[in-house]
Ligand binder design. Structure first.
Ligand code: BTN
Length: 245
């Protein structure tokens, strides 16, 4: 198996022609203390963040990584940033497309969403017992205009041709492992690829909607927003729309 040779991360790799969501088998494996990679050719009930559905037709890359790292709970947020950076870099290197990251969990090409990350964790007191990192990348599948809050795009649409997915997967895992071992570089890398920072944004949070300039990501992973009255707002989770300046 070509993938296996480049991996040190997994006890098991599961390839499913069809499943509900890769998150489900990933969770079962996680409960059995496995480090695993679950990939599906097609998902019948793919899940996005905030209980949204995620269209997962054939042709995309739909996978979940099961990690069993005893990461301190307060560092768990790094996993989303780590994943989006790895996806963006892999897209750039594999296909020569300029990919950027958008807060909190998206990867963009030409300002349109090409990939999303769904992080589910189980914690014990103040450390992670496991993490499920769901990654969905629109590769050769077609993307409906209204699938996301922002316009979507697939890699084949950006390139005007169908592409191989295995090189993308390998490069993604390579970056993931490499950056995982250099945790203090994750935020710097994310910021360097960010389309959100310095932008005028509208962020919907459980507390309400805020409009301002995205200044930074702080040491706890929160987005720092400068509101129109110049006060600062720290936002830990929400949905973000980039406004035209
Ligand atoms: C988002 O942008 O809302 C996150 C999307 C995450 C989609 C991936 S596809 C593989 C894994 N299985 C799922 O059901 N969801 C994630």
């Amino acid at each position: 198996n070509q993938i296996l040779s480049s991996l040190i991360l997994f006890d098991e790799i599961h390839y499913l022609p069809e499943t509900g969501s890769t998150m489900d088998l990933a969770k079962e494996l996680a409960e059995k203390k496995k480090r695993a990679l679950v990939i599906a050719e097609r998902q019948l009930s793919g899940r996005g963040r905030l209980s949204r559905t995620w269209e997962s037709e054939k042709g995309g890359l739909w996978l979940t990584l099961v990690l069993q790292e005893p990461l301190p709970l307060k560092e768990a947020y790094l996993l989303t940033y780590l994943s989006s950076v790895s996806v963006a870099k892999a897209i750039q290197e594999t296909y020569g497309l300029q990919a950027k990251v958008k807060w909190p969990n998206d990867v963009l090409i030409q300002g349109r969403k090409v990939a999303g990350i769904l992080l589910e964790i189980k914690a014990e007191i103040d450390a992670l017992s496991y993490a499920l990192i769901g990654i969905g990348i629109n590769v050769n599948n077609s993307v409906k205009e209204k699938s996301f809050l922002i316009p979507g795009i697939s890699i084949s649409e950006a390139l005007g041709k169908k592409v191989k997915r295995l090189p993308l997967l390998k490069d993604l895992l390579h970056h993931f492992e490499k950056l995982f071992s250099k945790k203090n570089e994750i935020l710097t890398e994310w910021k360097a690829l960010s389309e959100t920072l310095k932008s005028h944004v509208k962020v919907k949070t459980p507390e309400g909607t805020f409009i301002g300039i995205a200044l930074d990501i702080d040491a706890e992973g929160a987005l720092l927003l400068e509101l129109e009255d110049h006060s600062l707002k720290r936002i830990f989770s929400g949905d973000c729309i980039h406004l035209r300046n």
